[in-house]
Write a new protein. Structure first.
Length: 332
């Protein structure tokens, strides 16, 4: 069984600390989740209570994945003996400002990462070698994943379940937790900005309509017309609300819909390409490879096999792929 160890540091935020147990614990026995501290003693929280943690830092030696929630600790030097127990090759995950611990240990140097947008400027000043993207909900760089503030811990944990066991299992976990399997938009939608004019309309209805009509050759002009805006106004407002252009957002939705169909149906690649709005199977192959680094058939073989194997005791090998940053939802 894939073992996930959550490292509870002094001054930990209780909500984020509980996310891994809630998400991975809802995955039908596919993961074992334990919580440890750096010395085996009680752990202070940001609330008016402390936690009695049953495991000490030796639990880190047994981890397949280590999750670091946000806390008052932001320097790896403060917990270096504990971190030294983590085996090479262990998957590392930070939630919110847990990324500061990873960055201060040098694990994020020259890698893409994210953190809570409020702390983005401070993070950049302290860790200039990290390729920070404060506009996304999480960044998957293979063996190291970082996520944004608070509830984005749900997003990255669900993403891990999806990568390990496919979207059907991830969707079941999301339903059990009563949260969206994917969220629409990145951190950009939560960053404080000047309040727009009172008459401003949202692009959300146009996005909802687009998700129901992905098979159509949607254009910016058509979406703008749905929102009753000019093309320029729609594109500007869309970027502000979602954190990316309409064209990029449409491609992401189509890729995510294609992933779902590849995992859950026997439809041909040509049929799936038409169903999700790519003009040809070649176009689907191009976009899937650009996003995940694999072909549609290779992706299907990996995740259909994963979904059908009830005897799996650990996370399957993940296809080699370029770094991925999630800034939008998928229609899954």
């Amino acid at each position: 069984m894939h073992r996930i160890v959550v490292l509870a540091l002094d001054g930990v935020y209780p909500f984020e600390l509980a996310i891994p147990q809630r998400v991975f614990g809802s995955a039908g026995g596919r993961y074992e989740v334990v919580t440890c501290g750096v010395d085996g003693g009680p752990v202070r929280t940001t609330s008016d209570f402390a936690l009695a943690v049953s495991h000490g830092p030796e639990a880190l030696e047994t981890a397949d994945t280590v999750v670091i929630p946000p806390s008052a600790v932001t320097e790896a030097a403060d917990i270096a003996p504990a971190l030294a127990r983590i085996r090479p090759g262990t998957r590392l995950v930070s939630i919110c400002t847990g990324s500061f611990v990873l960055a201060s240990s040098g694990l994020l140097d020259d890698r893409p990462a994210t953190t809570h947008w409020i702390e983005a400027d401070s993070f950049r000043r302290r860790f200039p070698r990290v390729r920070l993207d404060p506009n996304v909900l999480f960044v998957d760089d293979g063996d190291v994943l970082t996520s944004a503030g608070a509830a984005s811990g749900l997003d990255v944990c669900l993403h891990i379940v999806r990568e390990d066991h496919g979207s059907e299992v991830a969707n079941q976990v999301a339903r059990a937790c009563v949260v969206p399997a994917w969220r629409d938009g990145g951190q950009a939608q939560y960053i404080e900005r000047p309040v727009p004019e009172p008459s401003a309309e949202s692009t959300a209805p146009a996005r909802t309509w687009a998700l129901a009509h992905l098979h159509l050759p949607l254009t910016l002009a058509e979406l703008a017309e749905r929102a009753r805006m000019s093309g320029r106004t729609f594109a500007r407002r869309f970027q502000r609300e979602v954190g990316m252009s309409p064209g990029r957002w449409l491609i992401q939705q189509r890729v995510e819909r294609a992933r779902h169909l590849l995992e859950s149906s026997d439809l041909s690649v040509d049929h799936i390409a038409r169903e999700v709005g790519f003009a040809t199977a070649a176009s689907l192959r191009q976009h899937l490879h650009a996003t995940l680094g694999v072909s549609p058939l290779a992706y299907r073989r990996t995740f259909r096999a994963t979904a059908s194997s009830s005897a799996s005791t650990s996370a399957p090998s993940r296809a080699s792929a370029p770094s991925r940053a999630s800034a939008s939802s998928g229609a899954r």
